[in-house]
Design a protein. Structure first.
Length: 714
């Protein structure tokens, strides 16, 4: 079979494969779940599962009905609120799901006697009087500004929340058509934030990927002096990206905060090998002008095969090092990104050479044709090491960890504005679920125990790290206040156990016992205290958790802490800390793989040491620059190691004897190309991904400098 027929069949087969892969892309889903960032063995997951079994799900999302020119409980506000609620309740399933704390029927004593109760629909006068007595979620869902009231819905799944959001939007549009723009409807909740983050990531990806292609085409065309070769490189990475996304869909992995980065990473890393391949290709043509195109292509592929394969192997090792953790989101990212890098290697060594047999190359850049090199000053390594010793330790000492879900949005994003509004006007979205189990045989319904719960709640709320909190004591005090009427003061817990039992017994009327079961087990020996964090960032939730630990240090029983605030705090700490294990695993595996493949253990060790030193320098830069590490940004360590090691491998294991200077120049060009592609991440509307872009570009530059300095001698 001639080389023409063989190459044509190879190209056609790979294009057919890519066309099939493209048909899988519409099936990709967008989903962000905080549970996927937690280690499977994390205690908070077990606590939350047990709490759901004991008390039911605490996952809710809230609808804030805010009057722009009217106040909560006024005649106009109440009339429009009821009209809006009626639009929602046209769907029968919402009648059982929705909890209306504003306009629900109120329990009161009947004239027939103190033990006779009736349910009354609250009038506007009743709500106006109550507005001045209750401005928090646990009473009437009145916002602090008295402009809004709240409806609640269970957040049982991301899909269910999305369906409810669509229905709410339809009801809002109908109300606006009838009344004009007199109201603002805000949707709030952890699931709302995560769904919004998934959509924001997808929109970000649609913007970043074309920009990444455009930047790389321009940079490659300038470096290679050929638009055709630049476009060929982009076709290769396009095949790799499409195939990777298809495999991601087949394997059942959704687009999430981490896997959304894969297309940009595969695109950028995929073109790096083309620089070395094309450099050798032009040099082969200069050395053997009469050999012919097939011989030039075969010679270039033969020269770069080992370093390109070795760099792919170490990059995949760096990505698969995420399997050293038991965090599902990181494992999915490592696997999908590793598959993408492998597919790019496959297309580089098959599709690109086959296309090079047909396409015109042009003259090529002088540095490739003539083997021009880059010479470093003697003694560069000691100077660089000396400078690093001076500033790296101080930079590492300044490094901090901080993150939060809302920090993944632009500061002016509507979801961020609504979250801040809700934290200011009501409870907050991220609770600590503190479960207290007694072991002394007493019950939490005793007056003294209820007063103790109230005292703990007040102590915690006094800390700025917390927002509003509530417990079984608040539930009973609210019932006593409701029975006495809205114009009375909110009562304290009575000293008489019979009075407590009387208030508790009213919840058995009219099927309201579900409220009690949300805070108290049937034996009354386990209860929960819910405190909302003042923010979802790591610093705030860590301070809040420390306050909880101090307050309950001497609690005579079992205490368990769950809730989305605790999950967020735990996952940030877990993801950041596990990067150390990932890097150690990548170090060991890379040394073993390079040593066994090349038989040159000393050079393999030097490659790894140079790259590890570059990562330390990048961490120091982050410390000096005030860039905190978080869920996404800390992942630059494994990525930076896997990619940065490529530069050292090309310099340490090149077989171009006497032309190390030319390889150095190709490495410098490679740093430029990869850095330009990854710099596109800095344009992300997601601050965390933009920060990751800064750290990745810095790690590429420092890794390139470290490799050039370490292997600077000819």
């Amino acid at each position: 079979m001639s080389w023409r027929l063989a190459s044509a069949l190879l190209i056609l087969g790979q294009l057919v494969l890519a066309a099939w892969a493209a048909t899988r892309l519409p099936e990709l889903r967008i989903r962000v779940l905080d549970e996927e960032f937690l280690p499977a063995s994390s205690p908070v997951l077990a606590v939350d599962a047990e709490n759901r079994a004991r008390f039911g799900s605490d996952e809710r999302f809230f609808l804030a009905f805010e009057g722009l020119d009217s106040r909560f409980g006024d005649d106009l506000w109440l009339s429009d609120f009821r009209r809006f609620r009626g639009f929602l309740l046209e769907r029968r399933n919402l009648q059982t799901l929705m909890l209306d704390r504003v306009d629900r029927a109120r329990l009161r004593h009947a004239p027939a006697g103190p033990e006779t109760f009736v349910l009354d629909q609250p009038s506007a006068d009743w709500l106006r009087a109550a507005r001045h007595q209750a401005r928090s979620f646990r009473h009437l869902s009145v916002s602090a500004s008295e402009q809004a009231g709240f409806l609640e819905f269970p957040a049982l799944s991301a899909t269910g929340v999305s369906t409810l959001v669509e229905r709410i939007e339809q009801a809002r549009e109908r109300l606006e058509a009838e009344t004009g723009r007199r109201y603002r409807v805000r949707l709030l909740g952890r699931q709302i934030v995560l769904n919004g983050l998934g959509q924001a990531i997808f929109e970000d990806l649609r913007t970043l990927l074309p920009w990444c292609f455009a930047v790389l085409v321009v940079v490659l065309a300038l470096c290679l002096r050929s638009v055709i070769l630049a476009l060929l490189a982009m076709v290769e990475v396009g095949l790799a990206v499409v195939s990777t996304l298809a495999l991601q869909q087949v394997l059942g992995f959704d687009i999430s905060l981490m896997t959304a980065l894969v297309p940009v990473l595969v695109t950028t890393l995929g073109v790096a090998d083309e620089v070395h391949l094309v450099g050798e290709l032009f040099h082969e043509r200069e050395l053997r002008p009469a050999a012919g195109r097939p011989a030039w292509v075969a010679g270039a592929v033969g020269r770069v095969f080992f370093p390109v394969t070795a760099t792919t192997l170490t990059t995949v090792i760096g990505l698969l090092s995420f399997f050293a953790t038991d965090i599902p989101a990181l494992r999915a990212f490592g696997l999908v990104a590793g598959l993408g890098v492998f597919l790019s290697w496959f297309f580089t060594l098959t599709f690109v050479p086959a296309m090079l047999l047909w396409l015109p190359w042009g003259r090529g850049p002088r540095w490739a044709r003539e083997g021009r090199g880059l010479t470093l000053p003697r003694g560069s390594l000691p100077v660089i090491l000396g400078l690093a010793v001076l500033w790296v330790p101080w930079g590492l000492a300044r490094l901090a960890v901080d993150d939060g879900w809302t920090r993944n949005f632009a500061p002016d994003h509507p979801i961020v504005r609504d979250v801040r509004w809700f934290q200011r006007e009501s409870t907050g979205l991220y609770p600590f679920d503190i479960v207290l189990a007694r072991q002394d045989g007493r019950r939490w319904t005793e007056p003294a125990a209820l007063r103790q719960l109230d005292h703990w709640r007040q102590r915690l709320q006094a800390d700025p790290a917390f927002g509003v909190g509530f417990s079984m004591a608040d539930l009973l005090r609210d019932r006593g206040w409701e029975l006495a009427g809205p114009t009375t003061a909110r009562p304290q817990i009575p000293d008489d156990p019979a009075a407590v039992r009387h208030w508790l017994g009213t919840f058995r009327l009219f099927n309201e016992e579900v409220f009690v079961r949300s805070f108290l087990t049937a034996d009354e020996r386990v209860t929960r205290l819910i405190l909302f964090s003042a923010g979802d960032d790591y610093a705030t939730t860590t301070r809040a958790r420390q306050t909880i630990d101090r307050l309950f240090a001497d609690f005579p029983g079992t205490i368990s802490i769950g809730g989305s605030a605790e999950r967020g705090r735990t996952l940030i700490a877990a993801v950041v800390s596990t990067q150390g294990r990932s890097i150690l695993a990548a170090l060991a595996l890379s040394i073993a793989a390079l040593g066994l493949a090349s038989g040159r253990w000393r050079r393999s060790l030097l490659c790894v040491i140079a790259t590890a030193a570059a990562l330390a320098a990048t961490l120091a830069l982050a410390g000096w620059g005030g860039l905190e590490l978080g869920v996404a940004s800390s992942c630059f360590l494994a990525l930076g190691f896997g990619v940065g090691l490529d530069y050292a491998i090309h310099l340490a294991f090149t077989d171009a004897r006497g032309r190390l200077g030319a390889v150095r120049l190709r490495v410098a060009v490679n740093v430029l190309v990869v850095g330009a592609g990854l710099a596109v991440l800095m344009l992300s509307a997601n601050p965390t991904i933009a920060k990751l872009g800064v750290l990745l570009v810095a790690s590429m530059v420092t890794a390139g400098l470290a490799a050039l300095a370490t292997f600077g001698g000819d």
